[in-house]
Write a protein that binds this ligand. Sequence first.
Ligand code: CO
Length: 212
Amino acid sequence: MKSYQKLLLENKAWAKEHVEMDKDFFMRLAKLQSPEFLWIGCSDSRVPANEITNTAPGEIFVHRNIANLVVHTDLNLLSVLQYAVQVLKVKHIIVCGHYGCGGVRAAMTQNDLGLINKWLRNIKDTYRIHQEELNAIADEEKRADRLTELSVAEQVMNLAKTSIIQHAWKEENRPMLHGWVYRLTDGILHNLIEMEPNTPLDPIYQYIIQAK
Ligand code: CO
């Protein structure tokens, strides 16, 4: 059997198992999704949002890209964010990075990697902002781990800088923003940073939100 055929076969077994446990499982989900969480994670195959949080289909709205970045010109991310915040009305947004991230490691090199240079440039900017702290870490792996954490915090800040979040904060006092990091070697998620709705921002990033 070809590897991709196994996926289709496993899918049938998986669906059957769910229907046996709860015969309306798929019919119920097909009618409505009302996830409480938006997950912004890395595309890395080892960090699947549902599996590592033991959640079922319907519980987490997911966006994944290389190195879990929140980039203000990324129409894909912005569309996901707008839909999650304004239509699904999620209560929490989780930016989840992971130690051992290939994207973060690549950003720390001077290698010219073509198109992805432009994406990883965002991580290089975070490095530049924190270069004093990072350059003082001699061990390269530890330095990459710290950059991973700093980048997650930066992406949470990037969310707060959007008018999408600022509107929701002002009008509905949600969502709460979270920065997490996942350790590949033990499967554990760590809480790095939390931002309550209406956390004061650097005024340069704060929009004047007109009352609706
Ligand atoms: Co990664």
